[in-house]
Design a protein around this ligand. Structure first.
Ligand code: C2E
Ligand code: MG
Ligand code: MG
Length: 670
């Protein structure tokens, strides 16, 4: 018999088909299971080695017996049950050992050796199984052909291991399956062609052997059992991997507290939507919103209350805002994306629905919270074409919505929102500036009107920005105020100005501006006392300039601070007099030691009769209160003449000097 005749005439085609089928399915299973061996570790790996060993052994064994049952010989034959079982055992042990070798976490040839062992195992199974075959004939083997069969099994076993463990593409897995399939079948049929049967009616067929039919039954039932269980193992694993992956993806994409999508997923989805959108030209709205009064709930009632509010809001949003995708992107900040809409009115209606949901009272532990929201909207493609721009623009619009008392919903507006952006850029830089000490104090001389002599200086803050150059206080003080950085900044100025003034002759005073936020802090007198103590400056030489807004803020507290400062002997000037609304009553209630008339009235005092009237009446008022008056913004001799005539005591302005550096100021005092 040759290989060809063995295949076509030596076998019953139906059984042959079964053998090939089992071999194909088995190759797939073995490859998949061995793949798990390599991708797991510890006890899990041991289990996968056992499962693949058992499954692989059964596959090899079954293919052999299915083919044997289909092997057409017109001679009486049967199988020795013990050797049959032994061959199954050999198959399983050899395959398990091979699986263990291939499963090693190594890049060495040990892996390929495992493949070779797998091939040898197939051969050993075949050899043992052939021993169980009892036929009324003389059996002879052609050794070179058997050697070829063994070589083929080892070769394809090595290829199998190599493709499985060193994949270059995902197709390599199929290459491995093919190699296993070819190894089993070529080995079997090549080996079979090595067999020559010479009928021998006298040959002894022992009792207790099993027939073809029995062996077929055994083969088929065992095989189906094992294949099914191998398959089940594989499926269970695939399923649990899938579930773990789904769980992981969920965690990765969702916010743990509210269960809403998180920023990562939002950006991913938004990017995808925009990508699909670029051709169609359809619009998209991004709504950025936060919860008003949320922080105070957190502060007053604790985080449990805050968490509950967030959860409730999230539930309401998820349940009611159809058509939109909602994500929590920060503490109390959310983003909703509205994909399909006809007109802007639809977007507004959607935003209003969100506002209404959030606006409904929330009950928690017998407390009732009324929170609201501010919503900023940016539209694709008008306001931006990337998720990044859309979200940052919507968030800028939201900031404006926060300060807008009339509207909850605000659409992005380049002109108005970019101003806010530059403010927040300044705020970020300010933080760094405080840490890196990028500030410098300039000193503007203050002079006596009659003698024109220098009497002191006002300390004025300058920011030497590393990129933007010098920034004037008008551009950053309001930002520092808005971001709560004033107390820290003010303290720096105070300490430095006191230290500087301590270097001047004792007849010169120093005036330092105090912002409303500083005045409302109860520790201001303490800070001032400390600055004086450290610098050694006499309290009488320090004058704090307070504006009316600082007082209106919190009258009680301001009055208290002002009194304590006065007790220390520190001077108190009312800055920018005339620009406030109730300057007169403030003057009466607070123990000021000086009035500074705002420069807006002084610079045009010669040309503008109204300014002149205000300046004149201020001087009269101050005289009656027995406190000196300083006029700011004196730029001309004309103004100077007027001020001297009406009896103003001191002046400050470009006519005498612009603010100068500390060094120059020191020089002026000499
Ligand atoms: P201010 O306290 O009223 O300071 C006077 C401002 O008028 C200074 O502007 C000064 O340079 C300017 N000035 C002085 N003479 C003339 C003049 O003849 N003509 C004109 N047109 N302007 C004159 P600057 O330095 O830009 O400061 C602006 C404001 O910034 C200050 O107004 C003050 O309110 C605030 N500021 C400055 N430094 C500090 C500080 O350290 N802390 C606080 N809280 N505020 C400060
Ligand atoms: Mg001032
Ligand atoms: Mg002023």
């Amino acid at each position: 018999m040759t290989v060809l005749t063995c295949l076509t005439s030596g076998h019953d085609l139906a059984y042959l088909a079964v053998a090939v089928g089992v071999c194909a399915i088995g190759s797939f299973l073995v490859t998949e299971l061995l793949h798990h061996v390599r991708s797991s570790s510890g006890i899990k790996r041991v289990n996968w080695i056992l499962i693949s060993g058992i499954t692989g052994g059964c596959v090899i064994w079954t293919v052999h017996y299915a083919a044997m049952v289909g092997f057409d010989v017109p001679l009486a034959h049967s199988y020795d049950p013990f050797v049959t079982v032994e061959s199954l055992f050999v198959a399983i042990v050899a395959t398990t050992a091979a699986a263990a070798l291939m499963g090693f976490e190594t890049d060495s040839l040990l892996v390929e050796a495992g493949g070779g062992l797998m091939g040898l195992g197939m051969c050993a199974t075949h050899a043992t199984a052939m021993r169980s075959y009892v036929v009324q004939a003389d059996v002879e083997w052609n050794r070179p052909t058997v050697a070829i069969a063994i070589a083929l099994a080892v070769l394809f076993g090595v290829i199998f291991a190599n493709r499985l463990s060193r994949p270059l593409t995902r197709w390599c897995r199929y290459g491995a399956m093919g190699a296993f399939f070819v190894a089993v079948l070529t080995m079997h049929f090549t080996w079979m062609t090595a067999m020559t049967l010479t009928p021998d009616p006298a040959a002894f067929v022992p009792v207790g052997v099993v027939s073809d039919a029995v062996i077929t039954m055994c083969v088929l039932s065992l095989v189906s059992l094992l294949l099914v269980s191998g398959w089940a193992f594989y499926m269970i694993d695939a399923k649990s991997n899938e579930e773990a992956e789904a769980r992981f993806r969920h965690l990765e994409q969702h916010d743990a507290l509210t269960g809403l999508a998180n920023r990562t997923w939002l950006v991913e989805r938004l990017d995808q939507t925009i990508e699909g959108r670029s051709e169609s030209g359809k619009r998209l709205a991004v709504l950025y919103f936060d919860l008003r009064r949320f922080r105070s709930i957190n502060d007053v009632h604790g985080h449990a209350a805050g968490d509950e509010v967030l959860r409730k809001v999230a539930r309401r949003l998820a349940g009611s805002c159809d058509g939109g995708f909602i994500a929590r992107v920060g503490g109390d900040e959310f983003v909703a994306v509205l994909d399909h809409f006809g007109s802007i009115e639809d977007v507004t209606a959607f935003a209003k629905a969100i506002a209404e949901q959030i606006g409904r009272p929330i009950l928690w532990n017998r407390h009732r919270f009324d929170i609201g929201t501010s919503i900023g909207v940016a539209l694709y493609p008008f306001d931006g074409r990337t998720s990044d721009t859309l979200m940052s623009k919507a968030s800028l619009a939201m900031r404006r919505a926060r300060s807008d008392v009339d509207h909850d919903v605000v659409y992005y507006d380049t002109k108005r929102d970019e101003a806010i952006r530059s403010r927040s850029a300044i705020a970020i830089d300010l933080r760094r500036a405080i840490d890196h000490d990028e500030f410098e104090i300039y000193y503007q001389p203050q002079n006596d009107v009659r003698s024109r002599r220098l009497v002191g200086f006002e300390a004025l803050l300058r920011w030497n920005h590393p990129k933007l150059g010098r920034i004037m206080p008008g551009d950053f003080i309001p930002v520092a105020e808005a971001y709560g950085m004033i107390p820290e900044l003010g303290e720096v100025v105070l300490r430095r100005a006191c230290l500087e003034a301590a270097r001047w002759p004792t007849r010169f005073k120093v005036a330092v501006n105090v912002a409303p936020d500083q005045l409302s802090k109860p520790n201001l007198p303490q800070i001032v006392a400390d600055a004086l103590r450290v610098s050694g400056l006499d309290a009488g030489r320090l004058e704090l300039e307070i504006t009316e807004t600082g007082i209106v803020h919190d009258q009680e507290r301001a009055l208290d601070a002002v009194r304590r400062l006065k007790e220390m002997g520190v001077g108190l000037a009312m800055d920018d007099y005339g620009t406030g609304s109730s300057s007169l009553s403030t003057l009466r209630n607070f123990p000021f030691t000086k009035i500074k008339i705002d420069k807006s009235f002084v610079t045009d005092v010669v040309e503008n009769p109204q300014s002149a009237a205000i300046v004149r009446s201020t001087v009269i008022l101050a005289r009656s209160l027995r406190i000196p008056v300083l006029a700011e913004g004196v730029e001309s001799e004309g103004a100077m003449k007027f001020l001297r005539r009406i009896g103003c005591t001191e002046v400050q302005g470009f006519l005498f000097s612009r603010p100068v550096s500390a060094e120059d100021a020191l020089g002026m005092t000499a």
